[in-house]
Design a protein around this ligand. Structure first.
Ligand SMILES: [Zn+2]
Length: 274
């Protein structure tokens, strides 16, 4: 009986030592993994579409300018202007209908929130993003993602670095909208890599944060652009496909609802039904 107890004690002790060793070894491995050099993205690698699939049904709204349409301007770009008054009416409707803004990381990590999730996006980084949009969003306790054309940062009519940092400190997120807003389907693969990958690096330097959201300029994309976006390290990319994201949605081809000056949210089936 005594022998059995000693053997049992020995066995338990050995098991303890084994477990401690195994745990230390695995921790050591994790630490070592952190020390490995960061491998630059392979821009030519092919990714499997299944790597980028998610499924929550969340509307993403697409805006450009929030300002009154300039008097005397021809009507060619009227669709990208929403007046500040109508914009506020839209935000007010969202607040009254219990919508809560989330950023695009929500598609990968849906968290429990008290309202109905919605993503607000603003393209091109116009000056009115700071003058009109930022104060209005703060008034309603909302946040948004702004896609910047990095060559235009600090140019007249566009956001300055100082404004970008102030907005970021106020809870806003910034994504890349390329270096110079080309049609990605009409330029060489090398140029497309520059536009998609280098703009990410430029914006990361400007904001001091990792940039993981991309917006295809003019909504023009092909498989090559999608692959470059994936291999550059973007986690999401938005299009101008005017639909809600339902069921399985490719994170690198997210749809957005086109919001115009005359859009009344109470008449928009995609929002009303949520
Ligand atoms: Zn644009």
């Amino acid at each position: 009986m005594k022998k059995i107890s000693i053997l049992l004690l020995l066995f338990v002790s050995l098991l303890g030592v084994f477990l401690i060793c195994a745990r230390s070894f695995s921790l050591l491995n994790q630490d070592n993994a952190l020390l490995l050099p960061v491998v630059p993205p392979n821009l030519n690698a092919q990714i499997s579409p299944s790597e980028v699939f998610v499924s929550p049904a969340v509307p993403i709204l697409m805006y450009h300018h929030i300002q009154d349409y300039p008097y005397g301007k021809d009507l060619s770009s009227v669709s990208i202007f929403v007046s500040p008054a109508n914009f506020e009416a839209q935000l007010n409707w969202l607040a009254l209908n219990n919508f809560q803004t989330v950023d695009l990381s929500y598609f990968q990590n849906p968290t429990r929130i008290s309202g109905k999730p919605i993503v607000l996006t603003f393209d091109d980084g116009y000056q009115d993003a700071y003058d009109q949009v930022f104060p209005m969003l703060r008034k309603y306790g909302f946040a948004a993602t702004f896609y910047l054309i990095t060559d235009n940062i600090d140019k007249p009519g566009f956001l300055s670095t100082k404004e970008i940092l102030e907005m970021q400190a106020g809870g806003m997120t910034f994504g890349s909208h390329s270096l110079s807003h080309p049609n990605l389907t009409e330029i060489s693969e090398q140029q497309a890599e520059q536009e998609i990958y280098t703009s990410k690096k430029v914006l990361e330097k400007t904001t001091g944060r990792q940039v993981v959201d991309f917006c295809y300029p003019g909504g023009k994309l092909n498989q090559n652009a999608i692959n470059i976006a994936a291999n550059s390290g973007y986690q999401t990319a938005v299009t101008t496909s005017n639909q809600i994201n339902l069921g399985k949605t490719d994170l690198l081809q997210l749809n957005r609802l086109d919001i115009e000056n005359e859009t009344r949210f109470e008449n928009l089936p995609a929002l009303k039904s949520l």
